[in-house]
Design a binder for this molecule. Structure first.
Ligand code: GLA
Length: 389
């Protein structure tokens, strides 16, 4: 890390940081409906070497082998696409009247881009944390997550707070059970006999152009129906609707939108409502180390993302299907925004290497696509690290 910094900026870096990627065990497409999520920070991530630099942000990434830059007081968006997340952080901090300067940095990332492992949130959250540390802005980890989330909205995506919160607050050995409404979390220990194998289909999603925002809007339509039906203004988000309430308002949804659209709206809202209960059930299952139950919850989640929220794709479904036949399988589902990216496979410890190899081989035979398996461990959240290289 030190060397790539010196090669590009002709001086020594002052400090080093680490920002992880994340996988979400359960609670998909739930954060922006105010629900519960249960992500884990992982040991695929970004290593940063940084130094202060007057009013400029200049960054070198090995991924594109280029130095991107922008001025802190720039009026226009930087031309370097990947730097926009960082410019977003700067804009959000400026809006909050924070005082800070620029930095030079070099990064090395092990997170595959656009795969649903939060490479962009790791960038935004990592950068917000670093500015906060170096310029002593005084933000806590929750606030850092919010700044990074808003920075991504500035960039143009419409996701929730899950990724940034997890990257800011992750803890090795644990999942972060986050209540997205209250913005509070508890740690749920991951049983020692479970290993995580990420399978990357290599089908890429782009969140801005994906139907992500549309899903959010469609699912949310049920809220207005419920508010009118129950004559309750406290119903503000899908979080406020129970499974029972949803079934009760189904005829009203169909009456309002017609059969075809009404059934679609019902299915869209059904996913986050049922998912909320799955997160709480998963907490119990993990605490009891109930592998059968864990697998069942993951399978239900995948099915709902595929059939209700409709954010899966052929390759993700094939990957989940294949996983079920491999030794060591506990459970599997697509993760992240969807329309490509990765599946998460929970696998019995000791079987992970065999499992990872089989996934790649069988997937290639069935799809003629070379997918990639990553065996990963949980990690702490964003933090300062000593330089050892
Ligand atoms: C993306 C978003 C997250 C979350 C997931 C789906 O990763 O950035 O906030 O909404 O999709 O669970």
């Amino acid at each position: 890390m030190k060397k790539i910094f010196i090669d590009n900026f002709k001086r020594k870096p002052e400090e080093y940081f680490w920002s992880p990627g994340r996988v979400n065990i359960i609670g998909e497409h739930s954060d922006y409906h105010d629900g519960f999520v249960m992500p884990v920070a992982i040991d695929l991530g970004i290593t940063w070497s940084v130094s202060k630099n007057g009013d400029n942000v200049r960054g070198y990434t090995e991924k594109f082998d280029e130095i991107g830059r922008f001025r802190i007081d720039a009026k226009d968006r930087t031309y370097f696409e990947w730097m926009l997340y960082l410019q977003g952080v700067v804009e959000v901090l400026k809006k909050r009247n924070k005082k800070f300067g620029g930095i030079d940095f070099a990064i090395h990332s092990t997170i595959p881009i656009g795969s649903g492992l939060s490479s962009s949130s790791s960038l935004a959250t990592g950068f917000a944390y670093i500015l906060n540390e170096i310029y002593k802005i005084g933000l806590g980890r929750k606030e850092i997550a919010k700044v990074a989330c808003e920075a991504e909205w500035w960039y143009g995506t419409t996701g929730g707070i899950m990724d940034q919160y997890c990257i800011a607050n992750g803890k090795a050995g644990n999942a972060v059970l986050l209540d997205c409404r209250k913005m509070t979390h508890v740690y749920v220990p991951i049983p020692k006999d479970i290993k995580m194998v990420i399978f990357e289909t290599t089908i890429r999603h782009k969140q801005i152009s994906s139907p992500f925002a549309l899903r959010k809007k469609q699912a949310h339509e049920a809220v207005e129906v419920a508010r009118q039906y129950f004559k309750d203004d406290k119903i503000k988000m899908l979080r406020d609707i129970t499974k029972k309430m949803l079934e009760e308002i189904k005829p009203s949804i169909i009456k309002k939108f017609g059969k075809r659209k009404g059934e679609m709206i019902y299915r869209r809202s059904k996913h986050p409502i049922y998912e909320r209960d799955r997160v709480l059930e998963m907490k119990e299952a993990l605490m009891k180390d109930d592998l059968r139950k864990i697998g069942k919850i993951l399978a239900e989640c995948h099915k709902s993302l595929r059939d209700n929220y409709e954010v899966s794709c052929k390759e993700l479904d094939i990957a989940v299907d294949i996983s079920q036949g491999i030794k060591g399988y506990i459970g599997s589902r697509m993760i992240g925004g969807g329309f490509g990216g990765c599946t998460l496979n929970l696998v019995k410890r000791g079987q992970e290497h065999h499992f990872a190899g089989e996934m790649e081989e069988i997937f290639r035979k069935r799809t003629e696509i070379k997918g990639n398996s990553y065996i990963c461990n949980s990690s702490d959240g964003v933090r300062k690290i000593p330089n050892n290289k």
